[in-house]
Ligand binder design. Structure first.
Ligand code: NAD
Ligand code: MG
Length: 385
């Protein structure tokens, strides 16, 4: 039987990587749905190659454009809220790879419609893990994190009890500015910020990696997924990025997992699980792991790291303030409206607004609450730009 799958955000970096994995073994898969925001050309190409009958284009303008092309055997949809009308039989696998909070509602909806969900969309995990987890349990849906650090932790833990964990160290490549003197940060352009030395990713996450905000997000993400305390998590710089996380157990053992800086590895494993299928010949080069260097993080050079201290231990709506404001600021930087160093400066101001600080004590109870805060924070952030 073919595996029924859906790829949310199929035209992005994670989405395209997933499509390439599926493409190599097409007889195993029946791709039920692909989605994009605006990339009509790419999604049509993907639908043709993978013989997909349903595609979804969120942007109304681009949806109408695609409709006018009258593509044979492909139904084009527009509304991410109506996934249950497209996915009629339970999927075997779905990957949530839309970027930002736009991915939250479709992720929550898809949990009901699939046996297994791989979530790359870290913003949704950070803002709404309690809602996601509730849906996972209610629907008995298997969850796999595909952020590389979290995939490593998840694989290494292999269902062992969280009581056995002493500490988890998440590695950071350090991004493109690890060795750039701080005084030259004034001149950082979007082009330089998205040129990551180790990973090829979408623009937004590439900027987050450059500021190291991505690591702040990943610590919060790990705290939520693995139900830990902040005091059990820390970050270390590991420029080669072969090790993604280290788990220190109370019994004296430390576990690490090594793999290339290639997102297709966690994605491939999230699709195939324990099936005996070759990814590609795994020829580990001993030279690559001979000199695994780890160095301390530098909070002065990367002040985003200090934001971690502002996040409360209990899940709250304040995480949405961090995510949404950062999203607007990164976008403004990419559009050259603000400078690189303004991302953190302005974010600090937003996080200090008392109306938002109060949200540290508010537990996220519904999707609507998160969406409302997201809108409010976006507006306020625009005002500060
Ligand atoms: P990307 O920008 O390359 O792609 C994003 C995808 O989401 C595209 O298909 C786009 O069409 C779709 N999209 C964007 N805005 C949308 C909207 N408003 N409505 C509907 N669809 C929309 O992003 P990416 O780098 O592939 O990252 C996707 C997610 O995975 C992010 O949450 C990111 O943090 C996470 N992630 C990415 C990587 C990586 O290596 N790229 C690694 C770990 C985690
Ligand atoms: Mg990561």
């Amino acid at each position: 039987m073919k595996k029924k799958i859906a790829i949310l955000g199929s035209t992005g970096s994670i989405g395209k990587t997933t499509v390439n994995i599926v493409k190599k073994n097409q007889k195993k898969f029946d791709v039920i749905l692909l989605t994009t925001n605006k990339n009509v050309k790419e999604i049509i190409k993907q639908a043709t190659i993978l013989k997909v009958k349903n595609i979804l284009i969120s942007s109304k303008k681009h949806y109408l454009l695609a409709k006018s092309k009258k593509i044979k055997n492909v139904k084009i949809h527009n509304n991410l809220d109506n996934l249950n009308k497209i996915i009629k039989k339970k999927l075997d696998y779905c990957i949530s790879a839309i970027t930002g909070l736009a991915g939250l509602k479709p992720t929550l909806n898809c949990i009901k419609l699939t046996k297994k969900i791989a979530i790359a969309n870290k913003e949704s995990i950070i803002c709404a893990w309690n809602l996601i987890n509730k849906e996972l349990k209610k629907n008995n849906t298997k969850f796999i994190p595909v952020d590389s650090e979290h995939f490593s932790i998840w694989s290494l833990l292999n269902n062992s009890k969280k009581e056995k964990i002493h500490k988890i160290i998440i590695t950071a490549s350090g991004g493109p500015f690890l060795n750039l003197p701080k005084k030259r940060f004034k001149k950082i352009t979007p082009k330089k910020a998205i040129s990551h030395p180790r990973w090829s990713m979408g623009k937004k996450i590439s900027v987050d990696s450059a500021t190291m905000m991505n690591k702040v997000f990943e610590v919060i993400e790990a705290k939520k997924i693995f139900n830990l305390k902040f005091s059990q998590l820390c970050i270390i710089v590991h420029p080669k990025s072969y090790v993604h996380a280290l788990i220190l157990f109370k019994n004296g053992l430390t576990k690490i997992l090594v793999h290339d800086t290639d997102m297709s590895i966690p994605i491939f494993n999230s699709i195939y699980g324990s099936e005996s299928i070759y990814y590609k010949t795994n020829s580990l080069n001993i030279n690559t792991i001979n000199n695994l260097d780890f160095v301390k993080t530098d909070n002065k050079k990367f002040p985003a790291l200090k934001f971690l201290k502002k996040i409360p231990d209990k899940s709250s709506l304040f995480e949405t303030v961090l995510i949404s404001s950062n999203d607007v600021l990164v976008d403004s930087f990419l559009n050259k409206t603000i400078k690189y160093e303004d991302i953190n400066k302005k974010l600090k101001k937003i996080l200090n607004i008392s109306e938002f600080k109060r949200l540290k004590k508010v537990y996220p109870k519904s999707l609507k609450q998160i969406i409302d805060i997201d809108k409010k924070v976006r507006l306020k952030t625009q005002f500060y730009i």
